[in-house]
Design a protein around this ligand. Structure first.
Ligand code: GLP
Length: 242
């Protein structure tokens, strides 16, 4: 695990952007794993700037997002598809047909959707670089504590902690989804590089468990200790307990 310590959230975004830039510049057909949540927003802003400065292009890039709420319309403003459009895709030269999220609705069999997602990733040649945030309970994607370390893309019920952490993003009249399709822990571990970003005091304990704790399904992010190329970019607050 390579730990990059930064002064603040802005610097974490700049540091993380360098890894994505290196991938886009050096690989002919890069495959990028994307994350949602508030943490990667600054990174996406950095990437948009690099694109506007013509330092990077996403024209040949394929993307796979970690997760998507279950049974949410892509156009719904709370869907992760909408998040990606607003925060990144609408501002860069990516071909939207090459952007993927594990969307699954009521009428579909989540097992098949999960299997197909895995097949799409494999057909694209696997993920070169997977961007990750971390939940305050140590989750990655929506792999909540006790998720199998061998898990693949599937439907998961969100924990009370995650529901509460994410409730700030929903207005009182909006129904907060309780389930999501998520890449599994083994899916994430298959990425050639993983790049986890954590900022703020609220993540300090989860970061401590991830970096210094035992490898355990109680802290899904701790499995990254076993990844050959795991890069963890932290600001001072998130690193304060390690
Ligand atoms: C969500 C996402 C995760 C993300 C986490 C942390 O639950 N599924 O991928 O890492 O939240 O979000 P934030 O960056 O907003 O703290």
């Amino acid at each position: 695990m390579q730990i990059v310590l930064c002064d603040d959230a802005e610097q974490t975004a700049r540091e993380a952007a360098k890894w994505v830039q290196a991938l886009l510049v050096h690989k002919t057909r890069p495959v990028l794993g994307l994350a949602t949540g508030s943490t990667p927003i600054r990174l996406y802003q950095e990437l948009i700037q690099l694109y506007q400065q013509q330092k990077i292009s996403f024209a040949n890039c394929t993307t796979f997002n970690l997760d998507e709420y279950f049974d949410i319309a892509p156009a719904h403003k709370q869907s992760y598809r909408s998040f990606m459009q607003t925060q990144l895709f609408n501002h860069i030269d990516i071909n939207l047909q090459n952007t993927h999220l594990p969307a699954c609705s009521q009428g579909q069999n989540p097992r098949l959707v999960g299997l197909e997602y895995e097949q799409h990733i494999a057909a694209a040649g696997g993920i070169d670089l997977q961007i990750l945030g971390i939940g305050s309970n140590g989750h990655i994607g929506f792999n909540e504590p006790t998720s199998s370390l061998a898990s693949r893309t599937r439907l998961k019920t969100l924990t009370a902690q995650t529901m509460s952490d994410n409730s700030r993003l929903f207005s009182p009249d909006e129904v907060q989804p309780t389930m999501a399709m998520t890449m599994g822990i083994a899916t994430i571990m298959d990425a050639r590089y993983v790049l986890l970003i954590a900022t703020g005091l609220g993540k300090a304990e989860a970061v401590r468990q991830m970096v210094c704790g035992p490898v355990s399904a109680y802290c899904p992010a701790s499995v990254l200790q076993m990844h050959e190329h795991a890069i963890v970019v932290l600001d001072k607050a998130a690193a304060s307990l390690i």
